[in-house]
Every structure is written in structure tokens, then in C-alpha cells.
Design a protein around this ligand. Sequence first.
Ligand SMILES: C[S@@+](CC[C@H](N)C(=O)[O-])C[C@H]1O[C@@H](n2cnc3c(N)ncnc32)[C@H](O)[C@@H]1O
Length: 242
Amino acid sequence: MKNDNLSKPIDHENRTQAVHEMFCAIAPRYDFLNRLLSLGIDRGWRRTLSRMALRKDTESILDVACGTGDVSLGLRQKASQARIVGLDFSQAMLDLAQIKINRAQADIKLVAASAEELPFPDADFDLLTIAFGIRNVIDKKKALAEFYRVLEPHGRLAVLEFSQPRVAWFRVLYELYFFKLLPLVGGLFAQRSAYRYLPESVAKFPSCDEFSGWLKEAGFRQCRYHSLTFGIATLYLAEKLD
Ligand SMILES: C[S@@+](CC[C@H](N)C(=O)[O-])C[C@H]1O[C@@H](n2cnc3c(N)ncnc32)[C@H](O)[C@@H]1O
């Protein structure tokens, strides 16, 4: 008989390992494919994240699932005095981030760790960002609890993630692109499975209202979200109040 208590951690470990391997494998092509497949729109989304997440007095920022470092570097430009830490569990992604950080002579510390177990004390940051990362984390609620823990009271969380457009005519175009064209083009340059995984993981991600509910469950307040580019992406903002 299947013992759920035993199979759960093994399943979690296997799925985490599969996501980890996939990101390590696509790392060398990640930036190129991002620009190509999003037609450059992803840059604007990350700029919106920095603009809306930063406050004048932001002093310490953790960029979770930083990948090749685009969000961390964007934040560096806007918050020149802040301490910035980028975290990712893929060393291949972090190595590429380090090259870009060195090139920009930017002061950003990189840490290899899991979003589900952040190696920082409580209340260590006043802003936590995660762009296109939470969808890939296997235990999302555990990660949200960790985000809450490492934020200081009045700290802010900013989550940028793909979402599904609600307008019917645009959704048809989007599904055609996301489910048909994207795996095809992605497959020309990288593992095709990685670009099949992308639309599948977006489809499985909770709706904007449901995800906002998860943020509230984790303790966050003033949860709000902004649809970007017809709802292809969504920026969630939330505060830790106590
Ligand atoms: C789609 S990339 C996004 C990278 C970057 N934030 C950006 O905007 O381009 C997702 C990143 O999440 C990282 N990741 C996925 N699951 C993770 C986890 N559980 N802990 C830490 N990083 C994770 C992957 O290694 C990958 O670099």
C-alpha cells in the first residue's frame, strides 16, 4: 500500500531535482531565448517590477530565483545605496549572473540556496522580489512563509509571474503562441521539454485571485495585483504589517 507520508518528500525531491536540472541545462541560452520568445517585452516587465516595488528608503533587497541577474541588476541601478542579494538554486544560472555583475561592476552578492529554505535570519530584508520564479518552486506555500519570515515588519514582497490573459480573443492568440510556437522555437535552441514545461507550468499556476489568497494566508496584507500586457504577466505586491 502506498504510504503518502513517505512518498511526499520523495516526490518533492524528484520534482525539485527535475526543475533544477532543467534550469541548469537551459542556463547558457536563457537570456537569448527570453528576449527572442518574449519579443523583448520581458525587459519592460522587470522595469515595472523595480519601479513599483522600490520605496525611497529601501535598504536591503533579496531577489529570489534571480537566475542570470536581470532583476538584481535593474534594482541596483535604481537603489544605489541598498544592499542587494540575489539567490538561486542553480549554480549555472548564478555563474552567468556573476559574469554580468562583474561586467557592470555592480555590488550584488549571490547565494546558492533554495527559495523554500532561505539561509537568512528573520527580518533581514525590507524588500523581497521574485520574477518568474515562484511558478517553478515545488512547495510554493513554504516559500511564501519563508519570504514572510525574512522580511522585516513593513517590508514589501513583489512577485512577477506569468498569468493567463482573460480577454477571450487575445487568449486564443496567446495559447497558439504559448502552446504551439514557443516549444517549437525554444526547442531549436534548447531542450524542447523545457519550453513545453513553461506553458504547462503557467497553466497550473493559481489564478491571480487564488494566488493573492495564498499571500494573505502566509500573513501578507494589502495584497494587490497589476496585469501587464493583456494579462500575460502579473505583478503582485504585498506588505508584511506586523
Ligand atoms: C524563469 S527563471 C527566472 C530568472 C530571473 N528571475 C528572471 O527574471 O529572468 C527561474 C529561476 O528560478 C530558479 N528556481 C527555480 N526553483 C527554485 C527554488 N526552489 N529555489 C531557488 N531557485 C529556484 C531557477 O534556477 C531559475 O534560475
